[in-house]
Design a protein around this ligand. Structure first.
Ligand code: SF4
Length: 98
């Protein structure tokens, strides 16, 4: 059996490749709604790729280039707090396994 099953998630993710769409984020946070609903803090905690981070003033920053396109953030965000779509064709994550 391959050693692949014994690798950590971090090791497995390190094999992936990203085609970055410079300056064209596929994720936008509505800061007001994110703050008012608690969505901002939730995004920071739940994203497996740590795309979201919170500044001291509560503003949520988005490191969209690291996105795994899993959709988890969309599932938990309050209505209007998050705009998310797949990256432009040919950009985003390229999964490599095995
Ligand atoms: S789709 Fe997944 S990896 Fe991308 S920002 Fe949302 S939770 Fe994070």
């Amino acid at each position: 059996m391959s050693d692949f099953v014994n690798e950590s998630v971090t090791q497995r993710l390190a094999g992936n490749h990203y085609e970055i769409d410079e300056g064209n984020s596929h994720i936008e946070v509505n800061q007001e709604i994110a703050k008012a609903t608690g969505t901002g803090k939730l995004l920071v905690r739940i994203c497996p790729a740590q795309v979201y981070s919170e500044r001291e003033d509560g503003t949520i920053d988005v490191e969209y280039a690291a996105c795994l396109e899993c959709g988890t953030c969309l599932a938990v965000a309050a209505p209007g707090a998050l705009t998310w779509h797949y990256p432009s064709s040919g950009t985003g994550i390229v999964f490599r396994e095995g």
